[in-house]
Design a protein around this ligand. Structure first.
Ligand SMILES: Nc1nc2c(ncn2[C@@H]2O[C@H](COP(=O)(O)OP(=O)(O)OP(=O)(O)O)[C@@H](O)[C@H]2O)c(=O)[nH]1
Length: 451
């Protein structure tokens, strides 16, 4: 469940990110290429210097040109003034054009239009995007137009760059659905004829009447043979609309990639968790097993472990010498010096026994003050000798506890097996021998072999 939820949230987040990613650069493009020039020209159109020049009955053309040149240099855009008084258009590149009725259509059409700001495509030999702003004097008398012009070619270049980087197409249409600007050079105005939104195949394929609010936002269309998602953005100041067509494949690939990354990440996390739990359990089990098979006081193998080791030796088919060791009068040690002193003695004897034996021999705590030795590949005689040597060592050692140095001895019972006998049987013979050693006076080795 968590996995599904995590993956689904990731996809939704990724989809929103992709949507955002395609819209954000388009918004910056509108701001940078259309709204910024509009705001600059609107501010300049209110300048007193401009109004004074345009108000003059005898237009000072030199002053006009020098002002236009100056602002062109300052803002990096081409400006123009269309003067009502001289019926002449002055361009910042130093050219001028007579505004003659029936010849220069736009001037008279827009002068009669009710709105004060118009975005337009014109000059058919070399199409330009224009922002035309009406200029009035303080008394509201019409003085002409001021505005900017941008070559459509420059837009095509900028759109091509956006398309290269983000992979989508732009189409800007005016109120009449005439395509004013587009990233597709084939859709840009030719001669004086605009292409319209209605002439585009993908638009024709839509059932416009059935759209809830007439908006094309989030519709899927097939444009130039590719599935594309439409985003619709209104460019209010011009009454234009921008359509952004994002090829779906690129987004699908991006979403699929993110999906795969999520799944792989999850699998890695699950695998890592599994490994962690597995290792923890393994070490826990090892530790438990070790504790389970170790005598806590002496850290020697306990009876369970000794039984396992005995079974291993028998499986190898080897003869085994077995020695039971019982400390003599240990009760007296406890009774005289205390239980802790007794524990210390047990630990030191364990230590001595472990140090004396060969690698492969086993020394274990059989119980109480009793120890057991398993001596693999050892004849009865050899086992007897080992027991004698240990008995001597023990009687010579002093076990220290606190400030005391205690002398202890032990009795030894030796046995042996060269066949598959149960441990209890072999221990039984050794126990009998040990009992004999105790009876014979202690600090003695006795041996009893299976019949
Ligand atoms: N301190 C200590 N004493 C233990 C431990 N296990 C057993 N003992 C003691 O070892 C003593 C064994 O006493 P007995 O079985 O009477 O034998 P013994 O005194 O050694 O006499 P013999 O074996 O006959 O020489 C008892 O007092 C037990 O309490 C232990 O882990 N620590």
């Amino acid at each position: 469940m968590t996995l599904v939820h995590f993956t689904a949230s990731k996809i939704v987040a990724e989809q929103s990110r992709a949507q955002q990613q395609s819209i954000s650069p388009a918004i910056s493009l509108i701001i940078e290429q259309l709204l910024k020039p509009l705001h600059i020209s609107q501010t300049l159109a209110e300048a007193k210097e401009l109004k004074d020049l345009m108000k003059d009955k005898n237009i000072d053309e030199n002053a006009m040109f020098s002002m236009l040149k100056r602002i062109e240099n300052e803002f990096g855009m081409a400006f123009f003034i269309a003067s009502e008084s001289s019926r002449m258009q002055y361009n910042s590149n130093g050219t001028k054009l007579a505004l003659i009725e029936n010849k220069v259509d736009w001037y008279f059409r827009y002068k009669a239009a009710p709105n004060d700001a118009i975005a337009d495509i014109g000059q058919w030999q070399d199409p330009h995007f224009y922002i035309d702003l009406k200029v009035y004097d303080e008394d509201g008398n019409f003085l002409g137009f001021f505005g900017i012009s941008k070559s459509l070619d420059s837009f095509v270049d900028i759109f091509a760059q956006y398309k290269r980087v983000y992979g989508y197409d732009f189409i800007f249409v005016d109120q009449d659905n005439n395509i004013a600007l587009s990233s597709d050079p084939n859709l840009i105005v030719e001669e004086t004829t605009f292409k319209t939104l209605e002439s585009l195949d993908w638009y024709k394929s839509l059932d416009i009447d059935k759209l809830p609010d007439g908006s094309l936002n989030n519709l899927l269309v097939k444009a130039s043979g590719v599935d594309a998602l439409i985003a619709e953005v209104k460019v209010e100041p011009f009454g234009w609309t921008m359509y952004l067509l994002t090829p779906l494949q690129a987004r699908q690939t991006e979403i699929s990639r993110s999906f795969i990354i999520s799944i792989v990440t999850l699998l890695v996390i699950i695998f890592a968790l599994f490994m962690l739990i597995y290792h923890l359990l393994y070490y826990f089990k090892q530790d438990m097993q070790k504790n389970f098979q170790t005598d806590p006081l002496t850290r020697l193998p306990n009876r369970n472990k000794v039984e396992l080791r005995y079974a291993e030796m028998l499986d190898k088919g080897i003869e085994v010498g077995l020695v039971l060791i019982d400390i003599d009068h240990f009760k007296t040690v406890n009774d005289t010096h205390g239980h802790n002193a007794g524990d210390n003695v047990l630990r030191q004897i364990s230590h001595m026994l472990s140090n004396q034996l060969r690698e492969g021999d086993v020394v274990g705590r059989w119980g109480g003050e009793e120890f057991v030795l398993l001596l693999p590949d050892t004849t009865p005689e050899q086992a007897y000798d080992v027991a004698q040597k240990l008995r001597e060592n023990m009687s010579n050692m002093t076990a220290s506890t606190g400030s005391l140095a205690l002398q202890v001895t032990a009795s030894f019972g030796v046995s042996h097996t060269d066949t598959h006998r149960p441990l209890t049987e072999v221990v039984g013979y050794a126990d009998d021998a040990l009992y004999q050693a105790k009876r014979d006076g202690r600090n003695i080795v006795r041996m009893q072999l299976p019949k």
